[in-house]
Ligand binder design. Structure first.
Ligand SMILES: O=C(O)CCC(=O)C(=O)O
Ligand SMILES: [Fe+2]
Length: 254
């Protein structure tokens, strides 16, 4: 049974950028992204918050909308986790030799936290809850309760059912990061399919380029070879993140 790679991020607080351990995590991240466009990050700390988070989510879905919006941001994704999402950027960018853009990328990014609830479909037949798609943003972090449902499609077209451990966050990449990397990585194609009668809760953190920024590859990545292609990328694609649509420079509306 195919699985997406699991990478141990639990000691990332203790290891220094540039150390052997850091380079080891970095090379695993690269290997996973090249082979699967995604990975499962094992972050020990998540387990401590697991019960209260999903209990809070049950209560939360009974609240009026505005109360939901306010309480989610402060309760479900405490400040302590900011370093994890920034480490993720730093790690990815270093792998491509463009780490000098880390601060710029972090500054031009905002984070949207979404609480997702999928009612159980009350059948043993798989029911599609979210059709196959790529996210449009840069990176998405997903933390779910024990009800699985996320499927990732490999570039060969095979679907892999994701079964994250309770201490894991799934990291997937979106269209914007793929464009920023000038096609060096493809966005993670994924869907959600569930069975049974239990509710699936997911906390999703969507790292998105702030409105008004043009997502385009830095010069260093212009002429780099695209994976699987013998030709260097000679045209520059970009995404103009101006709501409501993402527009490629070629004029294609996503
Ligand atoms: O429920 C999930 O695991 C994924 C959700 C998703 O794909 C999305 O909100 O874009
Ligand atoms: Fe998605």
């Amino acid at each position: 049974m195919a699985m997406i790679p699991v990478i141990d991020f639990s000691k990332l607080d203790l290891i220094k950028p540039g150390s052997l351990e850091w380079d080891w995590v970095k090379s695993q991240v690269m290997g996973a992204l090249e082979a699967y466009n995604c990975f499962e990050a094992s972050v020990g700390r998540a387990v401590e918050h697991r019960e209260p988070v999903f209990r809070a989510m049950e209560d939360f879905f009974h609240l009026p909308f505005e109360t939901k919006r306010l309480s989610l941001t402060t309760t479900l994704w405490p400040q302590g986790n900011i370093s994890f999402r920034e480490d993720n950027y730093e790690n990815d960018l270093e792998s491509f030799g463009v780490e000098k853009y880390t601060d710029e990328l972090i500054d031009s990014t905002n984070y949207q936290l979404r609480a997702l609830k999928y009612e159980g479909p009350n059948t043993n037949e798989p029911v599609v809850m979210s059709v196959p798609h790529n996210d449009l943003n840069m990176i998405t972090l997903l933390y779910q309760n024990e009800i699985n449902g996320l499927g990732i499609q490999t570039e060969a077209g095979e679907w892999i059912d994701v079964k994250p451990s309770p201490s894991s966050i799934i990291v997937i990449i979106g269209e914007s990061l793929s464009v920023w990397l000038n096609g060096r990585l493809s966005p993670t194609r994924h869907h959600v399919v569930t069975t049974g009668n239990r509710v699936r809760y997911v906390v999703g953190l969507f790292a998105r380029t702030r409105g008004g920024y043009l997502v385009k590859a830095p010069n260093e990545l212009w002429m780099m070879k695209i994976r699987g292609s013998s030709n260097p990328m000679t045209t520059k694609t970009s995404l103009n993140i101006s709501p409501p649509n993402l527009i490629r420079e070629t004029g294609q509306i996503l």
